[in-house]
Write a protein that binds this ligand. Structure first.
Ligand SMILES: Nc1ncnc2c1ncn2[C@@H]1O[C@H](COP(=O)(O)OP(=O)(O)OP(=O)(O)O)[C@@H](O)[C@H]1O
Ligand SMILES: [Mg+2]
Length: 144
């Protein structure tokens, strides 16, 4: 790609396996094609206190496995579209980890879904999007 039109060079796409984040990825792929940018997919396995203690380890391993699966799946899609893509599987608080990654990796844009996997009706944006919009070091494109 020609050097003088590199905009949104590094795009961070948080993935939770929802249709919303799938549509965010499609948008990010279109943008990356236009700008010659690269995509980094990030999934955060949440380490909340809500997990039942007795089955904690097993449950956590299962969540992590699902995250890994969805990342490799989505990466395949982006690469088939000719976009250079990498994946990050991290754990912790999703908002914190996404914001921290955007800062440390010098990302120029975050593309994410308005909503995610939660079935709570009535929210315009979910808590992950809200937290990222509030704390991100770069522009955030929210898709529906
Ligand atoms: N664990 C996660 N790891 C990476 N990205 C995530 C994660 N959870 C959500 N996202 C991103 O945030 C977007 C919005 O999801 P969010 O969690 O804010 O909404 P929700 O699940 O509908 O509501 P809530 O989680 O607040 O009950 C998703 O489309 C996805 O891009
Ligand atoms: Mg959610």
């Amino acid at each position: 790609m020609i050097g003088y039109f590199i905009m949104y060079e590094k795009i961070l796409v948080p993935i939770d396996g929802s249709d919303y984040s799938f549509r965010a990825l499609c948008e990010a792929i279109n943008l990356a094609k236009l700008t010659g940018g690269t995509i980094t997919l990030i999934h955060v396995t949440p380490t909340g206190s809500s997990v039942v203690m007795s089955s904690k380890q097993h449950f956590y391993a299962m969540l992590q496995q699902e995250g890994k699966q969805v990342l490799s799946n989505r990466m395949k899609l982006a690469e088939e579209e000719g976009v250079k893509t990498e994946t990050l599987l991290v754990e912790g608080d999703p908002v914190e980890q996404i914001v921290k990654t955007a800062k440390q990796g010098n990302f120029s844009l975050i593309v994410m879904g308005a909503r995610g996997l939660s079935k709570l009706a009535g929210l315009v944006v979910g808590s992950t999007s809200q937290g990222v919009i509030k704390n991100a070091p770069c522009p955030v494109l929210v898709t529906r």
